[in-house]
Design a protein. Structure first.
Length: 410
């Protein structure tokens, strides 16, 4: 019996009992589909994190004010106002590895245009904010350093705010009111989408830090030239650690923090935080794929079980084949091909089901998925290997049957 005859015999055996064959391959179908879906979901999450890192800006440090301590009661991070615009300027000018330092203040505000209004977040910043966050204006322009110094009443709108207030119209040159203060719209920011926490990054308005502090989000909490945070962009990833050390030394010196006393500020490496999340997403993807692979093993056990039953049912057939000249290796090859055929049919159905489910999750569940050709090939090859591994024992048992005893079997 050559390979073609064995393959034809395998398909005949599968067609002989279609329902049993489908039920046998069900474990393989579910396993392959599960692997593809889990990898697609995990890869989608990974790409989402990578996109967020790219949109946030690379080599970014976040400098926060320290925490307050009044009567033994410690406040949270940022409750002790210790950072100023002068600190940001000193960091940019005196630390060689720094590209830009962008101070900011922020707070909620209601924005009105005509008969429409929208509650959003106002961020007061400097032109360096555009470079630090890699956030250009999709339409219009950014404000200038001269407008920051003059406390100009100009504003850039996030794409969500622009859509809510102008509903597709052109907002450039229009006047909006923020807490009853009129502002000229000079630009619309490029869309960034949602953050990792699900927050809409485009639901924002940007204006000069001096204007925001004096007219919108200032008051008792924020005094003259104080800022709530600073985003610092380092020129190279290799210089991040040195930059953090240099910034720490500079701010301690400027704030006159005595030796042995804790810092009145904190520095966080945004790239490391996001890289850790990215690594966690990769580990989770592998974990999900490993869990899904268990279904493939269960499917392989089902194939072994049904092939053992098939050997028992076809004992006389095996005896007849041997009686007319079939060798043991021919019987072994025949039953092994049947097991692999069952496994591959299940693998093909599983691939179709997995790809379809991944697409459905992306479209109906509003969750990014990334279908990997590598995961499809891996799952398909694994299903074939499962057929060989779990089909070998039944095939070997069939090949080792005694022809005379097999012919006597009823």
């Amino acid at each position: 019996m050559n390979f073609t005859d064995a393959l034809g015999s395998a398909f005949t055996a599968v067609r002989a009992n279609v329902l049993r064959s489908v039920l046998t391959a069900l474990g393989i179908i579910i396993g392959v589909a599960a692997v593809i879906v889990m990898v697609a979901v995990g890869s989608g999450a990974q790409e989402r994190i990578d996109g967020y890192i790219k949109g946030l800006g690379s080599n970014l440090l976040l400098v926060w004010p320290g925490s307050s301590n009044v009567g033994g009661v410690k406040g949270g991070r940022g409750t002790r106002p210790s950072l100023t615009e002068d600190d940001a300027l000193a960091i940019q000018n005196e630390v060689e590895s720094i590209e830009v330092s962008a101070p900011q203040v922020r707070g909620p505000a209601q924005t009105i245009f005509g008969n429409k209004n929208w509650g959003t977040t106002v961020v007061g910043a400097t032109p360096e904010y555009e470079i630090a966050h890699n956030w250009p204006a999709a339409d219009g322009r950014w404000f200038t350093a001269a407008e920051v110094r003059s406390t100009a009443k100009v504003v850039l709108l996030g794409s969500t705010v622009a859509e809510q207030l102008f509903e597709g119209g052109n907002p450039i040159g229009q006047t909006v009111r923020i807490k009853t203060v009129p502002f000229e719209v000079i630009g619309v920011l490029a869309a960034k989408g949602e953050s990792l926490s699900g927050q809409d990054q485009d639901d924002i308005m940007l204006m000069p830090v001096t204007t925001a502090r004096n007219r919108i989000v200032g008051g008792r909490q924020i005094k003259a030239r104080q800022v709530q945070a600073m985003y610092v962009k380092v020129r190279s990833p290799d210089e991040i650690d040195d930059a953090m050390a240099d910034i720490t030394d500079l701010l301690r010196q400027r704030h006159k923090v005595r030796e042995g006393r804790p810092d009145d500020f904190s520095i966080r490496n945004m790239s490391q935080i996001l890289a850790a999340r990215s690594s966690s997403a990769r580990v989770m993807t592998l974990l999900l794929a490993a869990v899904a692979s268990i279904s493939l093993i269960v499917g392989g056990i089902g194939i072994m079980n049904i092939m053992l039953v098939s050997v028992t049912e076809r004992t006389r057939e095996i005896g007849l084949r041997m009686a007319i000249g079939a060798r043991r290796r021919d019987i072994l090859r025949q039953f092994l091909i049947e097991a692999v055929t069952l496994s591959l049919i299940g693998g093909c159905i599983g691939v179709v089901l997995g790809v379809g489910t991944s697409i459905a999750i992306a479209q109906l569940g509003d969750w990014p998925t990334s279908i990997s050709i590598g995961s499809i090939i891996l799952a398909f090859c694994f299903s074939a290997a499962i057929g060989v591994f779990f089909g070998f024992y039944p095939a070997r048992k069939a090949a080792r049957l005694d022809p005379i005893e097999a012919l006597r079997y009823e």
